[in-house]
Design a protein around this ligand. Structure first.
Ligand code: XIL
Length: 375
């Protein structure tokens, strides 16, 4: 037994202990979301759930859903052609089950998570069998317990792509049909699942986002008209304060068109990259929360919105880290050695205390009950 397997095996024996740790969910984001029949979730990591009790308690107290941040990516699941590793995923499934949480399936095909060994045979032999076997194994094991699946992640690239589709190893090997083929394969293997395409960068009034919105819409329309199984669109929603304000004028017509196609939407990766680290922390938190509120005001009225997941739950473990290049822009204002701390773009801070972002979510979930009622 590998060390990692042993680690998750011991963790599973402690599984029952999780149940006892569920705190009252009265003021939790998950229970607020459930008022309008929606889920609140966070992207999580199995190792952190094991190692950091405060993090685990924060997830337990707030999430009615979890998304594996890393564990359900192809390179993690199939490190070698003949070797699958479900250890972290199995752990997360047990954790979710013990605590009555849903699991969001992220992701089947993503150009950034292809195992190295698969690149060459895909490129030269154009062998769909590789994808078929991977999907059979993953969906064979998990389709019964995971409802939502990001079947294709980030397929659009209107800058360097081919006819607006990302020039990924999938496109290079199989042409644009890889998208309908992946969706059909997923439907066969997971007939009850909701099959999603997940994409980023559709929130702002920027030329590149105009292009992305229209290419994405064209893709969704083509799939629907062609009878390809597709149930919804995942909106990553990585907000960035440097891009200005989220544009209701641009986002709303786009979401209307998605709804007109009969598709669900799911906010899959909400977080905020800050624009000015030099301000006081409370001002920074307010700016982040304002952006979140503005975004939620636009998406919450859609009755086809099924849930909101933040990409992480607390700043301590966010994938958004302040880089030396970011700091260089501020000259030597932190020459006393203090520094701006972490990017503050998630609902809870580094000590798992709720920030205005968390209140913005709570508020938006409870307002949506009053304004829009149950779906
Ligand atoms: C990111 C993880 O957060 C990082 O830890 C990892 O190194 C790379 O992937 N869009 C996605 C997610 O769809 O899967 C990415 O997650 C973030 C961007």
């Amino acid at each position: 037994m590998k060390r990692r397997d042993f680690f998750y095996c011991v963790a599973s024996l402690l599984g029952l202990a999780f149940a006892g740790q569920v705190k009252s969910r009265e003021a939790s984001l998950g229970s607020a979301a459930s008022i309008s029949n929606r889920l609140y979730g966070a992207a999580v990591r199995g190792d952190l759930l094991q190692q950091d009790g405060a993090y685990r308690r924060c997830v337990l107290a707030n999430c009615s859903s979890i998304t594996p941040e890393l564990a359900l990516k192809w390179a993690a699941l199939q490190p070698q052609p003949d070797q699958f590793d479900f250890s972290e995923m199995d752990y997360l499934m047990r954790f979710a089950k013990a605590n009555g949480m849903a699991v969001y399936g992220h992701t089947l095909l993503w150009h950034e998570s292809i195992p190295a060994w698969a690149l060459e045979p895909m490129a030269t032999k154009k062998d769909w069998g590789i994808i078929q076997r991977y999907m059979e194994t993953v969906l064979g094991r998990l389709a019964g317990s995971i409802r939502y699946w990001d079947v294709v992640n980030e397929p659009i690239d209107t800058v360097d792509g081919v006819d607006g589709l990302r020039n990924s190893p999938f496109l290079a090997a199989f042409g644009p049909d890889y998208i309908p083929n992946a969706l059909r394969t997923a439907r066969m293997l997971a007939p009850a699942a909701r099959l999603m395409i997940n994409e980023f960068g559709v929130e702002y009034d920027l030329a590149v986002e105009d292009d992305r919105r229209s290419r994405l819409l064209k893709l969704l329309e083509t799939l629907r008209k062609g009878g390809v199984p597709i149930d919804g669109l995942g909106l990553q929603a990585h907000l960035e304060l440097a891009k200005g304000q989220v544009s209701q004028q641009k986002l709303k017509p786009f979401l209307d068109a998605v709804a007109d196609l009969g598709l669900e939407i799911y906010v899959t990766e909400l977080d905020v990259r800050e624009g000015n680290y030099a301000q006081a922390p409370d001002r920074r938190d307010r700016d982040v929360a304002d952006a979140v509120s503005r975004y939620l005001d636009i998406v919450m009225p859609y009755s086809n919105l099924r849930g909101i997941t933040t990409w992480g739950i607390c700043d301590r473990y966010s994938w958004l880290q302040i880089t030396p290049e970011d700091l260089a822009k501020y000259g030597d204002i932190w020459k006393d050695g203090s520094g701006p701390g972490l990017n503050r773009g998630l609902p809870f801070d580094a000590s798992m205390q709720p920030k205005p972002f968390s209140n913005a979510l709570l508020q938006a979930f409870s307002d949506s009950r009053v304004k829009y009622g149950r779906d």
